[in-house]
Write a protein that binds this ligand. Structure first.
Ligand SMILES: NC(=O)C1=CN([C@@H]2O[C@H](COP(=O)(O)OP(=O)(O)OC[C@H]3O[C@@H](n4cnc5c(N)ncnc54)[C@H](OP(=O)(O)O)[C@@H]3O)[C@@H](O)[C@H]2O)[C@@H](O)CC1
Ligand SMILES: Nc1ncnc2c1ncn2[C@@H]1O[C@H](COP(=O)(O)OP(=O)(O)O)[C@@H](O)[C@H]1O
Ligand SMILES: [K+]
Length: 476
């Protein structure tokens, strides 16, 4: 499991370790890792032009010490000091001893335009609010240069704990982060600013829970349901799909397609699109009545393409089995009915649907995904999977939020969310809890999207078909 820790936890871990180590050791570990990463980006260090953007805190000091290491290897290093009288004195002296030079912020433009590499040490985990005007002006200049950009700990201007970006922020090719990932490095919009991320181990230990967790292949492989010798189709779990309408029969077909690949032993379908479902998937158990009349299931999926069928949503929410609510179902679900449920509930909104449930604008959800998903989980007392460029899954309470690492923009195609509903619903029926079903479903769905697309556009049915390959990739 990959983890990300809040600034508060990073600071606590730092205090604990610093108490046992001589002064400056942690910073030297950070600087050594940073310098090595910069050297990798440069390829050859000797003769290259490196510009350090240096703020008044320890983030700037990391940049200065790394710059000193690069200068000793023959790079021409210029430090742009944003706060000349409050720059870390020992780090500045180290750079000067190594032959680096300094210029004030006002003179940054010329060296920046000639740089091969810019090291962003303006601000790290000590940053608050958007970048100040002098720093923001530098960000504009960097954007116009051809230099590679390495951010120290975090791209300056992004919020470490939330992934929010207020105003301008540095766009890095690589972020070298120390001790632990910070949530902002894994959650859009900040994640996009970070480029690729390299974690430098400086020895921090984290006794408490992470803020974010990202499953990896081994975690998913452990969670996937595999039939045992004694299994039969009922013991593997039966998932019910209450989806589709005469207007949107395809949503039912796609949800069933996802469900058939999710590990349940059988898929029941109830709703008006039975003929379309059977034509594509003859193995589906189709009925035309209400969900109550459909026979026993171990989990329900309700909502994809369901139009205005509020009765089906209410009926499913009234059962004592796990329920996944998606798409139209989210609008039709009564919040008190969801809160009153004893069995797990998994809500799967995209940003627009989440915004409608929260009564805010879509942009507000997209700009603050972590806050939105936690807020919805609290309001509905349910697990919430927020879809989009970063998919997050949160259960109520303070436990870690899961962030999906496998997504791809190719999944932004009509109906791919219906496939995810069926897939995650099937995992619920097979016995995974809502957090695991949502995050394992999103993981397989993302991998399947990448597999199916392979660099070219896909339809949602291609994604459903590629789930089997994704499953094999994970368990290989
Ligand atoms: N934790 C660890 O284990 C280790 C941490 N290490 C490193 O320490 C870093 C944290 O250092 P830190 O605490 O000194 O804070 P830092 O990020 O430099 O920023 C504070 C300065 O920035 C300024 N400033 C604030 N907001 C701003 C804004 N919006 N726009 C512009 N400026 C702004 C603010 O100025 P002021 O408000 O005083 O004017 C203040 O002086 C961390 O990210 C990592 O790199 C490693 O060395 C080793 C191990
Ligand atoms: N930019 C993106 N990057 C990665 N995944 C995305 C992106 N945009 C959408 N997705 C994924 O595509 C799927 C779209 O689902 P949804 O919005 O419900 O579409 P539909 O209702 O058409 O099925 C979700 O799994 C979502 O996470
Ligand atoms: K930085």
């Amino acid at each position: 499991m990959r983890t990300a820790y809040s600034v508060e936890m990073v600071r606590a871990a730092e205090r604990e370790l610093m108490a046992r180590l001589p002064d400056g050791v942690l910073m030297q570990r950070a600087a050594a890792g940073l310098a090595a990463a910069c050297a990798d980006v440069l390829g050859r260090v000797y003769g290259r032009r490196v510009v350090l953007l240096v703020g008044s805190g320890d983030n700037g000091a990391d940049a200065l010490y790394a710059g000193a290491r690069l200068a000793r290897r023959g790079a021409g290093v210029t430090a742009v000091l944003l706060a000349p009288d409050r720059t870390h004195p020992e780090a500045l002296a180290a750079l000067r001893r190594a032959g680096g030079r300094t210029v004030p912020g006002a003179d940054a433009e010329e060296p920046l335009r000639r740089a091969d590499l810019v090291v962003d040490g303006i601000v790290g985990i000590g940053g608050t609010g958007g970048l100040r005007p002098d720093a923001a002006a530098l960000v504009d200049v960097i954007g116009e240069t051809r230099a590679a950009v390495v951010a120290v700990d975090l791209p300056s201007g992004v919020e470490a704990d939330t992934g929010e970006v207020h105003g301008s922020a540095v766009r890095a090719d690589l972020t070298v982060t120390f001790g632990a990932h910070k949530p902002g490095l894994l959650v859009d919009p900040a994640r996009e600013y970070a480029g690729s991320v390299r974690l430098v181990d400086i020895g921090l230990a984290f006794p408490g829970e992470a803020e974010l967790e990202a499953l990896q292949h081994a975690d998913v492989a452990r969670l996937l349901p595999v039939p045992a010798a004694e299994s039969d189709k009922y013991r593997r779990g039966v998932v019910g799909i209450a989806a589709g309408s005469s207007r949107y029969p395809g949503a039912a077909v796609l949800a069933v397609a996802g469900a058939l690949r999710g590990g349940a032993g059988a898929v029941r379908y109830v709703g008006p699109a039975g003929d379309a479902v059977l034509a594509r998937f003859p193995e589906t158990l189709v009925s035309t009545g209400t969900p109550e009349q459909a026979g026993r299931v171990q989990a329900w999926v309700v909502g994809p393409g369901a139009g205005d069928d509020a009765d089906a949503v209410a009926a499913v929410l009234g059962t004592d089995v796990p329920v996944l609510v998606d798409a139209d179902g989210l609008r039709l679900a009564d919040r008190d009915a969801v809160r009153a449920r004893r069995a797990p509930t998994l809500l799967t909104p995209h940003a627009g649907e989440a915004a409608a449930l929260l009564g805010v604008a879509r942009e507000e959800v997209e700009g603050a995904r972590l806050r939105a998903v936690r807020e919805l989980a609290e309001r509905y007392a349910a697990t919430v999977l927020l879809k989009g460029s970063t998919t997050l899954v949160a259960s109520p309470g303070d436990g870690p939020v899961r962030v999906n690492p496998t997504g791809t923009g190719w999944l932004a195609t009509a109906g791919s969310g219906d496939v995810l509903s069926g897939l995650a619903g099937s995992l619920l029926a097979a016995g995974l809890d809502a957090l695991d079903a949502g995050s394992v479903g999103a993981y397989l769905h993302g991998l399947a999207g990448r597999r199916a697309a392979d660099g070219a556009p896909v339809g949602a049915h291609d994604v459903a078909e590629a789930v089997r390959e994704a499953w094999r990739d994970v368990t290989d």
